[in-house]
Design a protein. Structure first.
Length: 109
Protein backbone atom coordinates (compact mmCIF):
# COMPACT_ATOMS: atom_id res chain seq x y z
CA UNK A 1 0.00 0.00 0.00
CA UNK A 2 1.40 3.36 -1.04
CA UNK A 3 1.40 6.19 1.46
CA UNK A 4 0.53 9.55 -0.06
CA UNK A 5 2.99 12.35 0.52
CA UNK A 6 2.07 16.01 0.83
CA UNK A 7 3.26 16.57 -2.76
CA UNK A 8 1.01 13.73 -3.99
CA UNK A 9 -1.99 15.34 -2.27
CA UNK A 10 -1.15 18.76 -3.72
CA UNK A 11 -1.00 17.29 -7.24
CA UNK A 12 -4.42 15.68 -6.78
CA UNK A 13 -5.86 18.90 -5.38
CA UNK A 14 -4.75 20.93 -8.42
CA UNK A 15 -7.76 21.64 -10.60
CA UNK A 16 -7.54 21.86 -14.35
CA UNK A 17 -9.99 24.71 -14.92
CA UNK A 18 -10.07 24.24 -18.70
CA UNK A 19 -10.89 20.57 -18.31
CA UNK A 20 -13.65 21.36 -15.81
CA UNK A 21 -15.13 24.04 -18.09
CA UNK A 22 -15.17 21.60 -20.99
CA UNK A 23 -16.87 18.95 -18.85
CA UNK A 24 -19.45 21.46 -17.60
CA UNK A 25 -20.16 22.57 -21.18
CA UNK A 26 -20.82 18.97 -22.25
CA UNK A 27 -23.02 18.35 -19.21
CA UNK A 28 -25.04 21.50 -19.97
CA UNK A 29 -25.63 20.15 -23.47
CA UNK A 30 -26.98 16.95 -21.92
CA UNK A 31 -29.14 18.81 -19.41
CA UNK A 32 -32.37 18.55 -21.38
CA UNK A 33 -34.83 15.62 -21.31
CA UNK A 34 -35.01 15.36 -25.11
CA UNK A 35 -31.22 15.37 -25.50
CA UNK A 36 -30.92 12.65 -22.85
CA UNK A 37 -33.52 10.67 -24.81
CA UNK A 38 -31.53 11.14 -28.03
CA UNK A 39 -28.33 9.94 -26.37
CA UNK A 40 -30.22 6.96 -24.96
CA UNK A 41 -31.61 6.13 -28.41
CA UNK A 42 -28.15 6.32 -29.95
CA UNK A 43 -26.76 4.16 -27.14
CA UNK A 44 -29.20 1.40 -28.11
CA UNK A 45 -28.80 1.96 -31.86
CA UNK A 46 -25.39 2.47 -33.45
CA UNK A 47 -26.59 5.17 -35.84
CA UNK A 48 -29.88 6.80 -36.70
CA UNK A 49 -31.13 9.37 -39.18
CA UNK A 50 -32.96 12.53 -38.12
CA UNK A 51 -36.18 10.95 -39.38
CA UNK A 52 -35.69 7.82 -37.29
CA UNK A 53 -34.93 9.94 -34.23
CA UNK A 54 -37.91 12.28 -34.44
CA UNK A 55 -40.31 9.45 -35.28
CA UNK A 56 -39.14 7.30 -32.36
CA UNK A 57 -39.29 10.23 -29.93
CA UNK A 58 -42.59 11.50 -31.38
CA UNK A 59 -41.30 15.06 -31.77
CA UNK A 60 -41.16 17.54 -34.64
CA UNK A 61 -38.33 17.28 -37.15
CA UNK A 62 -37.20 20.84 -36.39
CA UNK A 63 -36.98 20.04 -32.68
CA UNK A 64 -34.93 16.90 -33.31
CA UNK A 65 -32.58 18.82 -35.61
CA UNK A 66 -32.16 21.56 -33.02
CA UNK A 67 -31.21 19.11 -30.26
CA UNK A 68 -28.95 17.09 -32.56
CA UNK A 69 -27.15 20.28 -33.58
CA UNK A 70 -26.48 21.21 -29.94
CA UNK A 71 -25.14 17.73 -29.15
CA UNK A 72 -22.98 17.69 -32.27
CA UNK A 73 -21.58 21.18 -31.64
CA UNK A 74 -20.56 20.17 -28.11
CA UNK A 75 -18.68 17.17 -29.49
CA UNK A 76 -21.04 14.51 -28.16
CA UNK A 77 -22.34 13.28 -31.52
CA UNK A 78 -20.91 12.82 -34.96
CA UNK A 79 -22.72 12.76 -38.26
CA UNK A 80 -22.06 11.12 -41.58
CA UNK A 81 -23.81 12.00 -44.82
CA UNK A 82 -25.03 9.12 -46.97
CA UNK A 83 -26.62 10.69 -50.04
CA UNK A 84 -29.53 12.78 -48.78
CA UNK A 85 -29.52 11.09 -45.37
CA UNK A 86 -27.43 12.13 -42.40
CA UNK A 87 -26.72 9.42 -39.84
CA UNK A 88 -25.97 10.43 -36.27
CA UNK A 89 -24.01 8.36 -33.80
CA UNK A 90 -22.31 8.81 -30.45
CA UNK A 91 -18.89 10.36 -30.72
CA UNK A 92 -18.15 9.47 -27.12
CA UNK A 93 -19.33 5.94 -26.39
CA UNK A 94 -18.76 6.50 -22.68
CA UNK A 95 -21.94 8.58 -22.80
CA UNK A 96 -23.78 5.30 -22.34
CA UNK A 97 -22.23 5.23 -18.84
CA UNK A 98 -23.65 8.69 -18.17
CA UNK A 99 -27.10 7.50 -19.28
CA UNK A 100 -26.78 4.46 -17.01
CA UNK A 101 -25.86 6.74 -14.12
CA UNK A 102 -28.83 9.04 -14.82
CA UNK A 103 -31.18 6.05 -14.96
CA UNK A 104 -29.82 4.73 -11.67
CA UNK A 105 -30.23 8.13 -10.01
CA UNK A 106 -33.84 8.32 -11.18
CA UNK A 107 -34.54 4.75 -10.07
CA UNK A 108 -33.21 5.34 -6.55
CA UNK A 109 -34.56 8.62 -6.02
Amino acid sequence: MKILTLNDMKKKATLDIQKLELAASKLRALAHPMRIAIIELLTDNKKLTVTEIYERLNIEQASASHHLNILKNKGLLESKRDGKMIHYSLKLHVLSNVIDCINQCVAYG
